[in-house]
Design a protein around this ligand. Structure first.
Ligand code: FEO
Length: 404
């Protein structure tokens, strides 16, 4: 692989040298329908610097793009902003090949790299930087800010002071494979959806830390002309757009929107879902019905980002919750979405344990239960469907009050 792969200019001194993963469809349980990119950046300072690397099997693509600008062995410094292997997977091989004079990571980054690449002695070269530390690249300066849990304990930002350019690793990124490298070249609708999906599925549990971090950035007076994340497009105009979206998502403020999700064996739980939806729709709130046969767990997590309510239905199978519903709860519980209300429903044949199990799972997630469990034996009759409709209406009225 080689000469057709080129670095893409970001500024006079900074080039994108990452890799495009058009084929990726699953990122540890998150459906990446549009693929992703692993972004790495070359700073052509007096001391040539590489920011992050790429997933291990994209090493040749990284080296080819670097080689379109400089000899890889001319790189003086490598920065590892984040140890997760989509960014560090080929770091040991790149260090061995490039032989840089310095490699920097956060304290936890150095430790995490050592724990990932246990038999790679060349990683002993890694030195530690802390928040506020700077390194002199000759004509340019890099400053560091540790951002623990954004996305891992080791994560840090690197800031190219003279260009007001933030290398933000996972933060402000998205899984989006495209031939375009800049956000202003991509439709807003795609950008907002994929950025929200990334936030909802990767960063949501750390929302409190994000609010704190945004406050810290503001108190430090840091200004950004460009934000260059490790996934998806680079923000080079209106960077405040993505910062404001993060501030809003981190608040987890509910909006008048109800997500109804379910699985069904013989369409009875589906009938109930539609009756609940109709009651809520007739109250004028936004409703999205997301059967698990047609929606991935990570798409439901995305829709919950701006919702006020989650209503979940499961049939009972062998005295238990339906497997797809268990999978959904396992996934979204960990995302720790706050400020939701809702209730459980479902059909059953003879025992009906699943409906209570769904309610318990909702409670475990911290969802405020707003109505009793609704159960239908075999096929819901008119009375049950009316109850579903009424409970949908009641939920809609409640969230209209919450969201004023
Ligand atoms: Fe893109 Fe947390 O790795």
């Amino acid at each position: 692989m080689g000469s057709q792969l080129r670095a893409i200019k970001v500024t006079e001194n900074v080039y994108w040298v990452g890799a495009i993963d058009w084929a990726l469809r699953d990122f540890h349980g998150y459906s990446t329908n549009r693929g992703t990119t692993y972004n790495a950046f070359l700073i052509l300072a007096d001391k040539i610097t590489l920011i992050d690397t790429v997933k291990h099997h994209f090493q040749d693509e990284l080296l080819a793009r670097i080689s379109s600008m400089v000899k890889p062995q001319d790189i003086d410094i490598i920065i590892s902003n984040h140890a997760e292997m989509d960014h560090s997977g080929c770091l040991p091989q790149i260090i061995k090949y490039v032989q840089p004079s310095k490699v920097y990571a956060s304290v936890r980054g150095k430790q995490a790299l050592a724990e990932h690449f246990r038999r790679k002695p060349h990683l002993s070269i890694v030195e530690v930087v802390k928040s506020g530390d700077t390194i002199n690249l000759g004509n340019l300066t890099l400053q560091f800010l540790e951002t623990p849990m954004l996305h891992w304990p080791d994560s840090m930002f690197s800031y190219l002071v003279e260009e007001k350019l933030l290398f933000s690793q996972d933060a402000f990124g998205m899984h989006l494979a495209t031939g375009k490298r800049f956000a202003d070249q991509i439709a807003d609708e795609i950008l907002e959806y994929e950025a929200a999906k990334y936030y909802a599925n990767i960063l949501l549990p750390y929302s409190k830390l994000i609010t704190k971090l945004l406050g810290k950035v503001s108190s430090l007076g840091l200004e950004f002309d460009i934000i260059a994340p490790d996934h998806g497009p680079i923000w080079r105009s209106n960077v405040n757009k993505i910062i404001s979206l993060y501030a809003r998502w981190a608040e987890q403020k509910p909006t008048p929107r109800i997500i109804i999700t379910y699985d069904t064996m013989w369409q009875s739980t589906a009938l109930m879902a539609r009756a609940i939806a109709n009651g809520a729709i007739d109250q004028g709130v936004s409703v999205k019905v997301m059967p698990l046969s047609a929606n991935h767990r990570s798409d439901i997590a995305t829709e919950l980002l701006n919702a006020a309510a989650l209503v979940v239905g499961s049939p009972t199978i062998n005295n238990n919750i339906f497997p797809t519903i268990a999978d959904l709860f396992c996934y979204i519980r960990g995302l720790k979405r706050k400020n939701l209300c809702g209730f459980a429903f479902g059909s059953y044949g003879w025992s009906g344990e699943s409906i209570k199990q769904v309610e318990e799972s909702l409670k475990t997630m911290g969802v405020e239960i707003t109505g009793e469990c609704i159960k239908a034996k075999y096929v819901p009759d008119e009375q049950v469907l009316e109850k579903c409709y009424n409970q949908g209406e009641d939920l809609a009225k409640k969230i209209k009050n919450i969201c004023v």
